[in-house]
Ligand binder design. Structure first.
Ligand code: PFF
Length: 466
């Protein structure tokens, strides 16, 4: 007899799990840096446009695909009778695998910062950039060393993931989300007020509201598209897997809009906290890498707040849980695939997988400074280049694999399985899909054309790799 498939225990359970997957490091660690590099307000506008036009329909598509097929993303295509399209699922699973390798390590840095604020906040206040680089193995005198502390905390973070996944996601994580997510919102609003009122922050707020179209290039679109998909957890194995646990009586459109709205709100809030803080504390020119924003520039905000140290611990704790719920969703989708496809046990699969992910992730952390590991990249302007392995991993997933998987889903749904099938799935249990016509045009023409154009243009116009 076939085993009954797991289901979310309630509507809230699903929304929290999907929002938990979406809201994560992408919103707070990646988004502000990208927004800053992309010209502030202009990036924001393009980002919002992409979320509405592509993000919401694509999230809906993936969830409906999962709910219709009741299985993981690779098997989805086979189950619907189109085995030859399984490559889309493979790209999703491999993408999720690579992302988890580095995501778990950045999660480890967050865990490190919980302790840093608890025990050595003055050291961060003294030189926040130096402290961050030091953690990654780059020292003030220019020497480098293996970043043992960062590796240790990454191992700890991975252990936390493994424990939760082995025990089952529902109990602890769902319950924590119920107050963790509102608490994160509240804290972000407190930090927003502190950040924008810092002396010198005004220029940052202006920058985030400026519409300088001269700064918009193909790269801005590319970066915003990759960021939106990444942030919404689109173009990977997750949403199909999560959709497969969704009850047939759910209003999918409403759920999708709520999750996308919450995710975007957190990202925008983070942008308006961190970018003004960068202007106020470090000066606009000083931070080389966007990735360091969440770790470096906030120090200036905490230093200037009464009880800043406690807020620091609290902030990184909440970021830790946001990272944990996202990382769990990533690992869960790979575990779902491996256990369902190969019949492996959940516990053994999780332990072995987490170990492998952690070890590959060590290359990510070490290539930040300690070991000059390189990837390989090609674009029409710069030709073949060799970016640092850590950047290469992020570019490969955010800029190639995620859009490609999303493109595959659009083509499959738009032209092979047909939009009517998605519409029928959404309209189960009596819900009406009012925008069905617009959806059909979008999924058949607009979305694939936009993704394809951005992918191709980026190769010819060249993307800036750090
Ligand atoms: N959406 C998560 C974030 O913004 O941090 C990261 C993520 C989770 C990406 C799950 C992809 C994914 F499938």
């Amino acid at each position: 007899m076939e085993k009954k498939r797991a289901q979310w225990s309630s509507k809230l359970g699903f929304i929290l799990a999907a929002a938990g997957s979406a809201i994560g490091l992408g919103n707070i660690w990646k988004f502000p840096g990208r927004a800053y590099e992309g010209g502030g307000g202009s990036f924001l506008l393009i980002y919002l446009f992409i979320v509405v036009l592509l993000g919401i329909p694509l999230m809906l598509t993936e969830l409906a695909l999962g709910r219709a097929s009741q299985t993981n993303i690779v098997n989805t295509f086979k189950k619907l009778g189109y085995k030859q399209h399984s490559w889309v699922g493979w790209i999703g699973v491999i993408g999720a695998f690579i992302i988890t390798c580095y995501y778990s390590h950045v999660g480890g840095w967050v865990l490190r910062y919980v302790f840093s604020y608890a025990f050595e906040a003055p050291a961060i206040y003294r030189d926040s950039l130096g402290y961050f680089y030091n953690m990654l193995g780059l020292h003030a005198d220019g020497t480098t060393s293996i970043p043992w502390t960062a590796l240790f905390f990454a191992a700890l973070f991975m252990l936390l993931n493994a424990v939760v996944i082995i025990r089952g996601v529902e109990g602890g994580i769902e319950k924590f989300n119920k107050f963790g997510m509102p608490a994160l919102f509240l804290l972000l609003i407190i930090l927003l007020v502190r950040s924008v009122t810092l002396p010198g922050a005004e220029a940052g707020v202006k920058y985030m509201l400026s519409l300088d179209l001269g700064k918009v290039t193909v790269n801005t679109f590319f970066s915003a598209l990759g960021q939106a998909f990444y942030s919404l957890s689109i173009g990977m194995a997750i949403l199909v897997t999560y959709g497969s646990y969704l009850s047939k009586s759910e209003d999918m459109i409403k759920n999708t809009a709520v999750v996308c709205g919450m995710d975007t709100l957190v990202a925008v809030l983070a942008g308006f906290i961190i970018v003004p803080a960068v202007f106020a504390t470090l000066g606009s020119g000083e931070v080389g890498k966007g990735g360091g924003f969440a770790f470096v520039s906030l120090a200036g905000v905490f230093a200037e707040m009464p009880g800043g140290r406690i807020f620091g611990v609290l902030f990184y704790l909440l970021l830790l849980f946001a990272a944990l719920t996202s990382c769990i969703s990533l690992i869960e989708s790979i575990v779902a695939f491996l256990t369902e496809e190969f019949g492996w046990t959940r516990k053994r699969t999780t332990i072995i997988l987490c170990l492998i992910l952690f070890l590959i992730g060590c290359l990510y952390t070490c290539s930040q400074a300690a070991i000059p590991l390189k990837g390989i990249w090609y674009d029409g302007v710069n030709g073949i280049t060799h970016p640092a392995l850590c950047d290469f991993m992020e570019y490969l997933t955010d800029r190639i694999m995620i859009p490609l998987c999303a493109l595959g889903c659009c083509i499959f749904v738009g032209w092979v399985w047909k939009p009517e099938s998605i519409i029928a799935e959404v309209e189960q249990s009596g819900f009406r899909f009012r925008l069905a016509k617009a959806y059909t045009v979008l999924i058949r023409f607009v979305a694939p054309a936009a993704i394809l154009a951005i992918l191709i243009l980026s190769i010819f116009s060249g993307v800036t790799l750090s």
